[in-house]
Design a protein around this ligand. Structure first.
Ligand code: NAP
Length: 280
């Protein structure tokens, strides 16, 4: 039987520390501020934004929320970002993705300077991560590293396999594990011998968006299995990319879905917002 890696408990512990840091900062500098920009009516995005704003409130970070209509012009979005960049009350800027198709996502994200890029998506922050320099790191993979640390799992010298190569999860995850001295293999939809590669991993991180894709035969006995996926099973129930029922007896440590990586993502957003404020 594996140890469950409780992201909810770690998130609560970290948020308490963040609350204290935010209060200390506010005593001399005023409240830390996070601007959240939402464009259009995507229901999932609305839920994510609501959760982020609520989480900010709980730790004493002031949130500035902007909900723009789906047909807003690119010029108007860029003008808002420029305003937020100039504001001394705003320490971090988050643009909720995806954006409607008529907006140039890359152009809009590039307008956020690295110092206010709380998502860690901009080229400078990604470049710093690639060069193993102190920087703002993408929230989800950063949360995974905190979970590994909490459970005393040191990636050094271990074989780590990352399944998925997206810019927001897979790639930064691979870089973080490499920076932590793991030997890293990144797999994707064109990878051959996927099963064998996964089954060679001491640490397997799965982020592909395919419900229950990773089965017991893809897992090495005693491996650490991190499930980033947030999917729906055949009954519409929330599940991960890993077949939890099958894999839990084979892994040494495993994250549940929900309650594993998910709660860590917003926590790392709060963490990054405090970092951007303290870096000035
Ligand atoms: P994404 O941008 O769609 O990327 C998926 C990646 O998985 C791609 O690199 C793709 O390969 C690879 N892939 C897809 N099917 C595959 C297969 N059958 N075999 C091997 N590789 C395959 O997804 P994402 O944004 O990284 O998200 C991944 C999952 O994590 C989703 O379920 C998402 O909801 C979840 N997520 C959760 C959190 C959280 O807070 N818990 C945060 C972010 C994302 P190619 O590059 O070759 O196409």
């Amino acid at each position: 039987m594996s140890v469950l890696m409780d992201g909810k408990a770690l998130a609560a512990k970290m948020r308490e520390k963040i609350r204290i840091q935010a209060a200390q900062y506010a005593e001399t500098n005023g409240a830390i501020g996070l601007a959240v920009v939402l464009v259009g009516e995507n229901p999932a995005s609305q839920v994510y934004v609501r959760n982020k704003i609520k989480a900010c409130e709980e730790v004493g970070i002031r949130s500035y929320s902007y909900h723009l209509p789906a047909d807003v012009s690119e010029t108007a979005v860029l003008a808002l970002i420029d305003e937020l960049v100039a504001s001394e009350q705003v320490h971090g800027i988050l643009v909720q993705l995806p954006l409607p198709a008529h907006l140039d996502e890359r152009k809009i994200l590039r307008r956020i300077p690295p110092q206010k890029d709380v998502d860690g998506f901009c080229a400078e922050n990604v470049g710093n991560l690639a060069m193993n320099r102190d920087t703002i790191v993408a929230c989800t993979p950063f949360g995974v590293m905190k979970l590994l640390e909490e459970y005393g799992i040191d990636p050094k010298g271990k074989s780590a396999v990352v399944l998925g190569r997206s810019n927001i999860v897979g790639k930064p995850m691979a870089m973080l594990l490499l920076n932590a001295d793991a030997t890293v293999t990144v797999c994707h939809s064109k990878t051959k011998n996927l099963k064998e590669i996964c089954a060679s991993a001491d640490i397997l991180v799965v982020a592909i968006g395919r419900a229950k894709f990773v089965t017991a035969d893809m897992v090495k006995p005693g491996a650490v299995v991190i499930d980033v996926g947030m999917d729906r099973d055949e009954n519409g129930k929330l599940c991960g990319d890993v077949d939890f029922e099958q894999v839990q007896d084979k892994a040494s440590f495993i994250t549940p879905v929900p309650g594993g990586v998910g709660p860590m993502t917003i926590t790392m957003l709060l963490y990054n917002t405090v970092q951007t404020a303290m870096r000035g």
